[in-house]
Design a protein around this ligand. Structure first.
Ligand code: NAD
Length: 436
């Protein structure tokens, strides 16, 4: 059935699968709008564009576990492979109470674009469980992770689809996933996930890779627009893996991190927060709230922070039509996936605020995940300096291509990244041909 309903003000004329509702498209609706903006630039490859508008495969699983109190709980789990034309699926696993199929589909699709934009030989995938992991004991968390891994074991594997950490998942979760898959296979299979502990085939530099990539493209873009990083003021939303590493690297480059917001609170210090001490505070207390030497801000005031660079590094749909006109930054670097709605994108573009989109800005993580996977296959491990140097080279070259594409077509960096990514995906699609 062709659906011509309007989502968030933009007309969509897509053949929607029956498991989606036009008026509840969520993040998938945003992704569809982003793809539509790119089709005019795809030339003859546009013939294949419909392949981008539906996931190749979406698996929904029931994850039952015994809770510590003896009762049985059921959780909803997903693994979506959006496109695998360029290689096996690759993308994180998220544990969050608001995970939906639409969100996982969008995150998988953004991984397809991102992997193609940095030219690593992967398709795009993503997974998640609809759960607030903070409500589980460590034993319950392990049992849930193992059962989920076993359920999605049908479609993952080192040459099929390789999960990695995302929101609320970490090295320990990856270790349990690797062990569960290996037990089911009867052979140690380190390459089935990335973001593992270094002692289990993980890569040096993986933990910091996404934040390092954010910093790398941010510094490169700053040079393009004549911004001096050492004098820049930063506001960062999310102080987890991505936000905290990016903040520390910018601070090490001389920038002042003036405001930080996380799920527990918002803090402000005009002459710059001590980001290393803040990381230690978060490790102890679980949130930036209550950090000594900073004032508390009411959460909505975060968007009024006077700064040069804003880094959303928490969840999607944070920068919306409601707050985009209040943002005082010159540049936004999307550490998070999907933090800006298309309406907000238009407002930011009108206001001449440069947006470095997620699909290139946060690709550092998957780039070092690719290094980890290569190292696992050859059982030969590189030094951290080698890894960081290769990461910076790949990110810098990829960003140059995106920057030049944006200049050539007079489009935003987001549309430029989609042009580069979609062309590579559809070119691979065309070369492979349609089976059978
Ligand atoms: P994380 O779990 O380590 O940190 C998430 C942070 O967001 C925490 O500080 C949390 O307090 C904060 N947060 C949660 N809800 C919030 C809210 N309502 N308001 C403000 N802050 C809130 O996760 P992460 O790995 O740092 O991922 C953050 C984002 O970056 C996600 O969008 C993720 O998809 C994206 N990303 C992560 C990686 C990676 O390698 N970890 C790679 C690419 C993209």
């Amino acid at each position: 059935m062709t659906n011509t309903a309007s989502t968030a003000g933009v007309s969509t004329a897509h053949a929607l699968p029956s498991y989606l509702q036009a008026d509840h498209l969520g993040p998938w609706g945003i992704y569809l709008q982003q793809v539509d903006r790119v089709i005019p630039y795809l030339g003859s490859l546009a013939r294949w564009a419909e392949t981008l508008k539906r996931p190749k495969r979406a698996l929904i699983v029931d994850v039952p576990i015994a809770l510590d109190n003896g009762t049985i709980a059921h959780f909803e789990g997903y693994r979506v492979q959006h496109n695998i034309s360029r290689g096996p699926g690759k993308g994180g696993v998220r544990f969050h109470q608001n995970v939906t199929l639409s969100e996982v589909m969008a995150l998988a699709a953004w991984m397809s674009i991102k992997n193609a934009a940095v030219n690593v030989p992967y398709g795009g995938a993503k997974g998640g469980i609809r759960v607030d992991p903070r409500t589980l004991s460590i034993g319950e968390l392990e049992r849930m992770t193992r059962r989920y891994t076993s359920e999605i074991g049908l479609i993952i594997g080192p040459s099929k689809d390789i999960p990695a950490p995302d929101v609320n998942t970490n090295e320990q979760i990856m270790a349990w996933m690797m062990d569960t898959y290996s037990m089911n296979e009867g052979a140690t299979s380190t390459g089935v996930v990335t973001g593992k502990p270094v002692d289990l085939g993980g890569s040096l530099g993986r933990r910091e890779a996404t934040g390092r990539g954010v910093y790398t493209v941010g510094a490169q873009a700053a040079r393009h627009i004549g911004m001096d990083i050492s004098k820049a003021r930063l506001a960062v939303q999310g102080f987890g893996n991505v936000g905290s590493v990016a903040a520390r690297l910018f601070a090490a480059g001389g920038a002042r991190v003036v405001a930080v917001q996380d799920h527990g609170g918002t803090i402000y210090r005009g002459d710059g927060l001590d980001t290393v001490a803040l990381s230690a505070h978060v490790a102890r207390h679980g949130s930036v709230a209550g950090f000594e030497g900073a004032g508390a801000l009411e959460s909505d005031r975060f968007w009024d922070t006077e700064c040069d660079i804003l880094i959303p590094a928490a969840l999607e749909q944070q920068i919306t039509a409601a707050n985009a006109s209040r943002i005082r930054a010159r540049m936004i670097i999307e550490g998070a996936n999907g933090p800006t709605t298309p309406e907000a994108d238009d407002i930011l573009q009108e206001r001449n605020i440069l947006v470095l989109p997620d699909v290139i800005a946060n690709a550092g993580g998957v780039t070092v995940s690719y290094f980890e996977w290569v190292q696992d296959f050859s059982s030969f491990f590189w030094t951290e300096d080698e890894i960081n140097a290769r990461l910076v080279r790949i990110m810098t070259e990829a960003f140059d291509v995106v920057w030049n594409t944006a200049q050539q077509h007079g489009v935003s960096l987001r549309t430029a990244t989609f042009i580069v990514g979609c062309q590579r995906i559809l070119h691979a699609r065309e070369l492979r041909g349609l089976y059978p």
